[in-house]
Design a protein around this ligand. Structure first.
Ligand code: WT7
Length: 654
């Protein structure tokens, strides 16, 4: 069921104690929001003070959304260093406070508490190691690590010296890693021997070895010891982090960076072609990450905050590392999975570390909900004050379970809608300001002007109780600035279809009260367990297999994952469909992209529904995958309408 069709309208107002503690209450939200829209320059000039500048900015905003000349600049003449803000400025007041709590995959291994002082030393050492490997300001470093403290050190070490990091999720395959190393021409890849997760180990170093066969010989590999597992070693290419850290100096001067110098690249899927390198810059991104972290989660000094994402996704960048550390927070980093050793692990960790704010994905909630309430009830969750979700629409059933079973009805839930491109939350209820509705992202954050457009005409639909395409009218400091190496693609993707707006790729509904509901992607991007995937990527992986002539991939509703991956595959003439081949294709896609891209369904398709000009009609394929044959729409423009009957008759799982 799409959130737009939901009838759930019950309001959950925040309790009085939540309101009185909150950084922002309802009145303040209204005032601040109005101010942020009427005078964005004054508003963001004030917010810019959240960050310590080496040279203060005098310019606040310089933005052009016109297709052909898109350019986005915030605080452009200011200079700063991100790590001076995330570490050094806290040393005098909270040097001995825990910055990072690290909880390992196995509950029998000891957790680590890393203070701001220790973080400073480790980041400086890693920064010096990178410099000794030849990394300089503006160079790219790929990070392919498990969720271990060294992942945060590596990110911050890059920021320390002005290198640009590009994190590749440890679940990605060697091919995907190679494409990202080459895509940004990285000088160094930082990896670990193995990544333990859910009691199993991913051989990261050997994946990196396989990837580096397809990269320039000059690329160096810095290897962190995690398990001590055996790895092959190539002299003059591989470097031992743990050994070098013993020798490296624990001081490294922070580089003075321009506000618009890139901080990181993060590859994400689009509706066409290969993943694109989203570029975030230094000043505006940090201001926005810090502000949203503090206000959305109502973070206060001394709170223990846990975001369960992986640093391989933008959520981990903004809300495990940069936002929390800029605010001097204690942020928890978890190496494992929600169901290991059992379905109570999240709650065990919350109780063990007395977590106050907990932020996770709907897919995890749905999976845990299926395991029953006993796993939650075993643990003392009395320190929890706020719950958050991100990544996909949350269905009211999961929302209610989260609220009642986990939050005991006393923790506000923030359903945060945002994207890799946006750097931070764009729409979310604020805990002390808004009554929530299960499944609604509710209200825009400060400075965000959402508009609902008619998908055909591109005209703004005014008023409430309306549905259409979601665009944003003006810029905010956390917005991506370009696609790495391809500004043209940046403009075409986000500024071409609806002129003068940032196009989000999502559909939305503004309900009768003016609250926003995200209805899902309107392009060929699917959302599998909160992971974003281009159907085109899975298609190109499939057709790279010798047995496959053609493939079309669509999403379909999946109870736990949100969406599953449904593939229609046309085989080469000399190939026969078989169970064996089906399994081989699943394995093939996993090895081309990674386990997160595993096809859920493969249907053999002797033909695909195409228009006379040869365009695949995905609308029809989506309906068949959804088991919704009643509304296939007009099929008369197809070159061969009988193809559709065959696909229906042989629908997988029928
Ligand atoms: C897409 C962005 C931003 C961090 C994680 C995902 C969907 C994200 C929500 C939400 C409904 C959501 C959208 C968006 N999405 N949050 N709260 N409610 N949908 O980042 O991988 O860049 O994916 O995720 O479709 O466009 P991402």
């Amino acid at each position: 069921m799409s959130p737009a069709a939901q009838t759930e309208t019950k309001l959950y107002p925040p309790a009085a104690d939540v309101v009185s503690r909150a950084h922002v209450n309802a009145e303040q939200y209204s005032e601040m929001y109005a101010a942020s829209i009427s005078d964005p320059v004054a508003f963001w000039a004030e917010q810019g003070k959240r960050v310590d500048w080496i040279k203060p900015f005098t310019q606040v905003k310089d933005v052009n959304y016109n297709f052909g000349e898109v350019s986005i600049n915030w605080y452009a003449d200011g200079t700063l260093n991100v790590t001076a803000n995330c570490i050094d400025r806290h040393l005098a007041t909270r040097g001995d406070q825990t910055a990072i709590i690290w909880e390992p995959d196995s509950p029998t291994e000891a957790a680590k508490h890393i203070t701001y002082k220790e973080l400073h030393g480790s980041v400086c050492r890693m920064a010096n190691i990178l410099e000794s490997l030849g990394v300089r300001k503006g160079d790219r470093v790929v990070i392919y690590l498990p969720m271990i403290p060294e992942a945060a050190y590596a990110m911050l070490a890059c920021a320390r010296i002005g290198a640009i990091h590009s994190i590749v999720f440890a679940g990605f395959s060697p091919d995907a890693l190679a494409a990202r190393v080459n895509g940004c021409d990285a000088k160094v890849v930082i990896t670990a021997d193995e990544a333990p997760r859910g009691g199993r180990k991913t051989p990261l170093k050997s994946n990196a070895d396989a990837a580096l066969l397809h990269c320039k010989d000059s690329v160096k590999c810095l290897v962190v010891k995690r398990t001590g597992g055996q790895t092959t070693w190539i002299a003059d290419r591989d470097y031992d982090y743990n050994e070098m850290a013993l020798e490296a100096s624990d001081y490294c001067k922070p580089a003075e960076m321009g506000a618009e110098d890139p901080l990181f690249i993060l590859y994400t899927s689009g509706s066409t072609g290969q993943p694109k390198g989203v570029v975030h810059t230094t000043g505006g991104y940090l201001v926005y990450a810090a502000m949203t972290h503090q206000i959305t989660f109502d973070y206060h000094d001394g709170d223990i905050y846990w975001c369960t994402a992986d640093v391989g996704w933008v959520t981990g960048h903004s809300y495990i590392v940069y936002g929390p550390l800029a605010n001097g927070a204690t942020t928890l980093m978890f190496e494992g999975v929600p169901t290991y050793p059992d379905a109570g692990r999240f709650w065990e960790v919350c109780a063990k570390h007395k977590v106050n704010q907990f932020y996770t994905a709907p897919t995890a909630i749905r999976a845990l909900m299926g395991q029953g309430t006993s796993f939650v009830e075993k643990h003392d969750l009395s320190d929890l004050r706020l719950l958050g979700t991100v990544g996909e629409p949350i269905n009211p059933e999961a929302w209610n379970w989260y609220n009642e079973v986990v939050g005991k009805g006393r923790c506000p839930i923030v359903d945060t809608w945002w994207q890799t491109e946006t750097g931070g939350h764009l729409m979310t209820p604020l805990p002390g300001a808004h009554a929530t509705k299960p499944g609604s992202a509710m209200k825009p954050f400060f400075g965000i002007l959402p508009v609902v457009l008619d998908p055909q005409s591109g005209v703004e639909i005014e008023g409430n109780g309306v549905e259409g395409v979601l665009c944003i009218k003006d810029s905010w400091p956390g917005q991506m600035r370009t696609v790495w190496g391809d500004h043209e693609r940046f403009q075409k993707t986000y500024f071409a279809d609806y002129k003068g707006y940032y196009f989000t790729g999502d559909g939305c509904r503004r309900d009768a009260d003016g609250d926003y509901w995200i209805t899902g992607r309107v392009d060929d991007v699917i959302n599998v367990s909160g992971h974003r995937m281009g159907t085109a990527e899975v298609e190109s992986a499939l057709v790279a297999h010798a047995a496959v002539a053609e493939a079309a991939v669509v999403g379909y509703p999946h109870e736990i994952k949100g969406q599953g991956i449904y593939c229609y595959v046309t085989l080469m003439n000399d190939q026969e469909p078989s169970e064996e081949l089906r399994k081989e294709l699943v394995k093939w896609v996993r090895s081309e992209i990674g386990p997160i891209a595993s096809p859920d369904v493969i249907q053999w398709a002797p033909g695909l529904p195409k228009t006379r000009s040869g365009k695949i009609m995905r609308r029809i394929l989506r309906k068949i995958a959804e088991n919704d044959f009643g509304s296939l729409g007009d099929t008369s423009t197809l070159a061969d309408p009988s193809v559709v009957d065959d696909l229906i008759a042989n629908r997988a799982g029928k």
